[in-house]
Design a protein around this ligand. Structure first.
Ligand SMILES: NC(=O)C1=CN([C@@H]2O[C@H](COP(=O)(O)OP(=O)(O)OC[C@H]3O[C@@H](n4cnc5c(N)ncnc54)[C@H](OP(=O)(O)O)[C@@H]3O)[C@@H](O)[C@H]2O)C=CC1
Ligand SMILES: O=C(CO)COP(=O)(O)O
Length: 340
């Protein structure tokens, strides 16, 4: 009989806490590491994360600590769930304490800010090529996972055995974990949907109607497919949970922080006020620049993502961004072949 692997989850925000709780409910030994002593104490002793998941009961078996070495002691699997701006820093902290043999997965969405590197490139650079790596992504609001509501996501890795190990830990009665081998496509989908969610949020904030929302989601998917084809990802990944699935969730669900940023901008609020009110990480603010950096590198035009970037930088008002998109030339829906 195999024993349940011990898991260290790094990052005690909404998603790290929800995933650690899920894993604990599946009877795996799990320790959650966070940097905020009060938040960690509340999780460890009161079984609640009052700042990020208020009012949701966490399993009593879930342990939390601010001591990274302690969290990683004996871990057979590490799951990193910090925002993308803290990803490299967290990997550098974890590297000296990682038990040999423990693979590293992450549920962070975005690129390395500034360099635009994919997170698997950052991880391989810091941890070395021999450490098994995996990305966990898909349509999954932390609050719903913490409440035990049904969810499906996907785990992509170049190492099929490691993808399976991560999926086995996550998979359970109300949680379906699929596997795949396309880390680039999985990371691209998770990053781009955050930018596209701002666009649909802006449209909804301006009360442009349901047709506009559906048009933006579909043309947003087209942007994902075109950039992923240029980068060499598998189109199926973008048509699946990591792409379309997460795009639909984030563009339509008001639990999305990126959509809520767009809604606020569309209603005329400033970015600074909106981000302050949301009070949690809003990845699109940095990811829009990195998506456009990738697009330029690969010579791909992404009008919706570019408009979001311009609005986030205050170069265009939401109304001007919309006018620019509507004023584009008429053309074929698929001028180039993507699927053959
Ligand atoms: N929430 C969700 O539904 C989902 C989120 N994700 C992704 O997961 C990632 C994490 O997001 P999420 O948990 O939602 O974010 P939250 O805003 O809920 O929490 C962020 C957490 O990261 C911590 N943190 C910030 N900077 C650092 C740092 N330098 N070192 C260590 N910890 C740090 C914060 O600590 P402190 O409180 O001390 O600032 C906090 O615990 C993002 O990339 C997001 O896109 C993916 C799927 C679903
Ligand atoms: O990634 C998410 C759902 O899959 C969460 O989206 P937000 O970061 O926009 O809240």
């Amino acid at each position: 009989m195999t024993t349940a692997p011990s898991v260290a989850v790094l990052g005690a925000g909404s998603w790290g806490t929800a995933l650690a709780a899920l894993i604990a409910r599946h009877d795996h030994p799990v320790v959650l590491w966070g940097r905020d002593a009060d938040g960690v104490a509340a999780i460890d002793q009161r079984h609640e994360n009052p700042r990020y998941l208020p009012g949701i009961a966490l399993p009593e078996s879930l342990r939390a600590t601010t001591d990274l070495a302690l969290a990683l002691r004996g871990a057979e699997l590490v799951l990193v769930v910090v925002p993308s701006h803290a990803f490299a820093e967290t990997l550098r902290l974890l590297a000296p304490h990682r038990p040999s043999g423990a693979g590293v997965a992450w549920a962070t969405k975005g690129f390395e800010p500034g360099s635009g590197r994919f997170l698997h490139e950052v991880a391989a650079d810091i941890l070395g090529e021999d450490v098994p790596l995996a990305v966990v992504t898909g349509p999954s609001f932390a609050k719903e996972v913490a409440l035990g509501l049904p969810t499906a996501l996907t785990v992509h890795s170049d190492d099929a055995a490691f993808a399976q190990q991560v999926a086995d830990v996550l998979h359970g009665p109300a949680f379906r974990a699929y596997t795949g081998n396309d880390m680039v496509g999985a990371e691209l989908g998770g990053a781009m949907k955050n930018v596209l969610a701002v666009a649909t949020g802006v449209a909804d904030g301006m009360q442009l109607g349901l047709n506009a929302r559906a048009g933006l989601i579909t043309r947003g998917l087209n942007e994902m497919l075109r950039l992923s084809a240029a980068i060499g990802a598998q189109p199926e990944t973008l048509m699946g949970l990591a792409g379309l699935g997460d795009l639909v969730l984030t563009c339509t669900g008001d639990l999305s922080r990126n959509r809520r940023l767009g809604l606020a901008l569309g209603r005329g609020q400033s970015i600074a006020d909106a981000v302050r009110e949301i009070g949690q990480v809003v990845e699109s603010v940095q990811t829009a620049d990195e998506v456009m950096r990738q697009a330029q590198r690969h010579g791909v035009e992404l009008p919706i993502s570019r408009a979001v970037q311009a609005v986030l930088h205050g170069e265009l008002t939401p109304a001007d961004g919309l006018r620019q998109l509507l004023g584009r030339e008429q053309k074929a829906e698929y001028p180039e072949t993507l699927f053959r």
